[in-house]
Design a protein around this ligand. Structure first.
Ligand code: NAG
Ligand code: NAG
Ligand code: NAG
Ligand code: NAG
Ligand code: NAG
Ligand code: NAG
Ligand code: NAG
Ligand code: NAG
Ligand code: NAG
Length: 841
């Protein structure tokens, strides 16, 4: 039922997205990362970690070349050019044992809460940093001399500046020496935006209306709106958070579970509070709804901003995910807002709370002067209002009761840039570069809930994800990302450590087409290699096409032709012609004897997978030349060429007791009855498998030394195969049942150089008789070699058999676990459903 409401709302929101009719369905917005780079294949990554955990607070000082990291119980000073450099400094700042004991007595979690989590690290003046930590539920702050970088002896009470609970949303900024923080501070846990370290400490109002309602803060951004401002406006600090929507109390939602909505609020830097009314409270607090994709139930995760050197062009990038009620579906959205639209909302009409009807509605009455909530501008000064303390009572009373704006802040062009399923974008950082076409492009680095980084370039109102990178081996949320334009690096903070990554790795694109297809504004083709544009002085000859991603390479002669490989297979046998696409966006097409369309998926005995073409039950007339092309974005590149020869059966030496194979025929039978057949077969096979394993176990125990059964010849490959009784895939060939000890094709993959085969995991290894002579390499047509992966294709499971001849030198094939994680990643993409509908829930 809830789902229905949700999808109704989704439908509504989609329907209201009118700007781009061609982009109404979420499938259009769901970008697949072009390239997947798993942890071990990540190049030029540097990891820093030490005894501490929770490397969540990052402060980069570009000029000094230092990255400060606030962790649990420590602060680090790292070199920003190489965070693993030995010259780093540590400042240990653990909570004292007494405070930890007190914390435990309060019943707090001894695993995370009763430590000192450093939550704030900001530059205070030229010599000192200001740092705050939760200090085992007793927040403290201190000044750190960056030259000495030792723990000072003097600490300040931190309860006005830092949350008690490290898990609470928190944001803090030092602006011109004053500290602006927003979080839920103390035990009573009322959220608040506060200013401290200022002659006028300020906070939000709580009566008669709470200005904030159960708010969870994610970010704050200073916008220097006073710069070159003809209105004499003030600098503002914008706050981004999620809170309960009081204005929804009369709609379909019950009071007890008001929906959470995203908000943007702002205050003026030179606010001094009111004199009698709103004393020591903000007089410039205003908030507005921030809408991205699903008007309700979206939780703001992070915001980053860019101003391109002029505050009027400030843009905010925000990531959202569905709120916890919908945990069964993971959807993230990315939206862009520009400052003019945010300002427009704050300059629009107000909302008002009617006590009588207990609801919020648009305020249509008179608005006092100067405009409530605005900063002190030239206009106000002309009328004698030099500071907020001069504001008339009528204005202050109005401010007190009208913190919420009527207008919503909608994303630029009214549409999200990206909606992506099966991912939670916990963090976003944005960089802006000028491409060779003269346009400025924004590049987003999105951190996920499981330790990946998605790099995406914003092209118009669309997002192209150039790559997804596994930044941390163990899945963990990315907790912070910052960009160094100077070092051209990205720093990523998470529970287990800090990662440094170059903003671009252009050399990974080994051809002009690859370089162009990547659409990476940092990269261009110089005729020989794909290079960082910033490294090239003479840019006149560089080739780049961020806008379309397919122009410019036609004249490029460096098109390496793949070497033709020969494959021979016995009539009736199966063969795999590998064709690994590096790009997840590429589609493989095969030409046979120079003709397209002969080897389409599902046609005859051809199966098209992500890794190649599988030909089953080969017929004599299948011989010929097979060419694999990668087709992407209108470009086509030849990836592999094979000469396939199918030999009549009696010509070739008989292969040894071939293992029963998973039945491709079954997998290929009518898709219509697939499910039924599948279930039936599974059931039957399950039983059969069990009976047979018992039988085999028995037979084998009886006839130990007749156990000549193994798969194929001696293997040079690095993967071995074992049988298991629980892993039945599908039915083998009937006639081989008595021959083979693996009649059901119950296969298990074991990484390593095993040379023995065990019958069942429980059995003690047997001394095997010498293996039969090896087959000529040509006959190891991929079948007698060992399966290395289980892949999904068209909804059917199948075992992919890797050829023997390619040594496993590719960095992508380093280990089995990696392989598996890669498959799972790929599968994630291939399993994307067309539309965000109920079938996907
Ligand atoms: C700190 O890291 C640990 C795991 O290392 C995690 O369980 C815990 O939730 C983290 N705490 C915070 C406040 O992020
Ligand atoms: C935390 O408390 C649990 C039980 O209360 C205890 O078993 C565990 O050892 C404690 N851990 C630490 C780090 O003190
Ligand atoms: C910076 O602030 C600290 C702490 O208030 C103070 O001790 C130090 O003298 C200041 N340094 C400068 C250069 O103002
Ligand atoms: C900043 O942008 C505004 C409007 O886009 C423009 O009028 C102004 O000249 C710009 N200022 C500078 C210094 O570039
Ligand atoms: C902000 O958005 C509005 C409306 O979409 C557009 O007219 C304006 O040019 C944008 N401003 C900037 C600085 O991008
Ligand atoms: C505001 O400042 C102006 C000039 O500095 C001064 O003449 C005027 O009296 C001030 N007004 C108030 C209300 O303080
Ligand atoms: C390709 O190269 C030829 C000569 O080298 C040149 O005349 C032509 O303009 C080039 N075409 C493109 C699209 O660059
Ligand atoms: C494949 O066979 C052809 C002749 O049939 C031969 O010329 C070629 O060298 C062989 N290629 C490889 C890679 O063995
Ligand atoms: C390819 O051509 C050869 C002869 O040129 C022919 O024997 C073979 O059947 C053709 N293969 C296919 C799949 O059509």
């Amino acid at each position: 039922m809830r789902e229905n409401v949700l999808f109704y709302l989704m439908g509504l929101s989609v329907a209201t997205v009118m700007g781009y009719p061609s982009r109404l369905s979420s499938a259009d917005l769901d970008a697949t990362p072009r390239i997947t780079i798993v942890y071990n294949a990540l190049k030029h990554a540097r990891h820093f970690s030490s005894h501490a955990q929770n490397y969540t607070t990052l402060l980069l000082e570009e000029e000094k070349g230092i990255l400060y990291v606030g962790a649990r119980g420590a602060i680090f000073s790292l070199s920003s050019s190489d965070i693993t450099d030995d010259s780093y400094q540590i400042l240990d700042w653990e909570a004292s044992p007494e405070k930890q004991a007190e914390c435990l007595k309060k019943g707090k979690n001894n695993k995370t809460e009763c430590y000192n989590h450093v939550k704030l690290l900001q530059r205070l003046n030229s010599t000192h940093l200001y740092a705050c930590g939760t200090y085992a539920f007793h927040p403290l702050c201190t000044y750190i001399d960056t030259n000495k970088f030792t723990l000072p002896s003097h600490f300040e009470e931190g309860k006005e500046k830092c949350p008690y609970d490290p898990a609470h949303g928190y944001t803090g900024l030092i602006v011109d020496g004053s500290l602006y923080t927003a979080t839920r501070y103390e035990f009573r846990s009322l959220p608040d935006i506060r200013r401290s370290r200022h002659q006028r400490a300020l906070r939000t109002e709580e009566s008669p209306l709470h200005w904030l309602n159960d708010a969870e803060f994610v970010a704050s951004v200073l916008v220097r709106e006073s710069m070159r401002n003809s209105m004499g406006d003030d600098d503002k600090i914008y706050y981004f958070f999620t809170e309960r929507a009081g204005e929804e109390s009369t709609s379909i939602f019950e009071k007890t579970q008001l929906p959470r909505v995203a908000r943007v609020a702002r205050v003026c830097k030179n606010d001094l509070g009111g004199k009698k009314i709103l004393q020591r409270k903000w007089t410039s607090f205003m908030k507005a709804r921030l809408v991205c994709y699903i008007p309700y139930y979206e939780v703001l995760k992070d915001v980053d901003s860019l101003d391109g050197g002029n505050w009027t062009s400030t843009v905010f990038y925000a990531t959202f995910s569905l709120s916890a009620q919908w945990r069964s579906i993971e959807v993230s959205a990315v939206c862009r807002y520009n400052i003019s639209e945010v300002r427009a909302a704050f300059e629009g009409t107000y909302m008002e709370y009617q006590d009588s009807s207990r609801k919020w509605s648009q305020y249509n009455g008179e608005i006092p002067e100067p405009r409530p909530g605005s900063c002190i501008t030239n206009r106000a000064r002309k009328r004698g209002y030099n500071s907020s303390q001069d504001l008339p009572n009528g204005v202050l009373d109005f401010i007190k009761l009208h913190p919420l704006m009527y207008e919503e802040v909608k994303p630029t062009d009214r549409v999200p840039l990206l909606v992506k399923k099966n991912v939670v974008y916990t963090q976003v950082a944005v960089d802006r570069v000028q491409a060779l076409d003269g346009h400025m492009y924004d590049i987003l680095f999105l951190g996920t809930g499981n330790g990946w980084i998605h790099k995406a370039v914003v092209i118009g109102s669309m997002v192209h994800i150039t790559e997804e990178m596994q930044a941390f081996k163990n899945p963990q949320p990315v907790e912070n990302i910052i960009i160094s334009k100077q070092q051209r690096n990205l720093y990523v903070g998470a529970q287990s450590g800090v990662l440094q990554l170059p903003l671009s790795t252009c050399r990974q694109y080994i051809s002009c087409f690859n370089c162009i297809l990547a659409r990476d504004p940092y990269c261009a083709w110089d005729g020989k290699s794909c290079r960082e544009v910033a490294d090239v002085l003479d840019r006149s000859l560089l080739i780049q096409d961020v806008l379309h991603g397919n122009l410019g390479c036609w004249n490029d002669s460096v098109q390496a032709m793949p070497v033709q490989k020969n494959r021979t297979v016995l009539h009736g046998g199966d063969v795999l012609l590998p064709c690994e696409q590096t790009s997840n966006l590429a589609r493989a097409t095969w030409m046979v004897n120079g003709t397209k369309g002969l080897a389409e998926d599902g046609q005859r005995h051809f199966r098209l997978g992500v890794d190649g073409l599988l030909v089953t039950d080969t017929q004599l007339e299948y011989s010929g030349e097979y060419q694999c092309y990668a087709e992407e974005n209108g470009l086509q590149a030849l990836i592999a060429t094979y000469a396939l020869t199918v030999l009549p059966k009696e010509l070739g030496p008989q292969p040894p007791a071939t293992p029963a194979l998973p039945s491709w025929h079954l997998a290929s039978s009518d898709a219509g009855n697939m499910n039924l057949i599948y279930i039936l077969v599974i059931t039957v096979l399950g039983g059969l498998c069990f009976v047979l394993s018992v039988l085999l176990l028995y037979v084998f125990c009886m006839q130990r030394h007749r156990g000549k059964y193994h798969l194929g010849g001696p293997q040079s490959s690095s993967v071995e195969l074992q049988t298991v009784s629980s892993n039945c895939l599908s039915k083998g060939r009937q006639d081989e049942e008595e021959l083979s000890p693996y009649p059901d094709g119950c296969l298990q993959i074991i990484p390593g150089e095993a040379t023995t085969l065990a019958l069942s995991p429980k059995e003690t290894p047997l001394a095997l008789p010498p293996p039969p002579p090896p087959l000529p390499a040509e006959f190891t047509n991929g079948i007698s070699t060992l399966p290395n992966m289980l892949r999904k294709m068209n909804g059917n499971s199948y075992m992919l058999l890797r050829q023997n001849e390619e040594p496993c030198t590719s960095p992508l094939y380093n280990s089995f676990t990696e392989e598996l994680s890669k498959i799972l990643e790929k599968r994630k993409h291939t399993q994307l459903v067309e539309k965000l509908d109920e079938s996907s829930v």
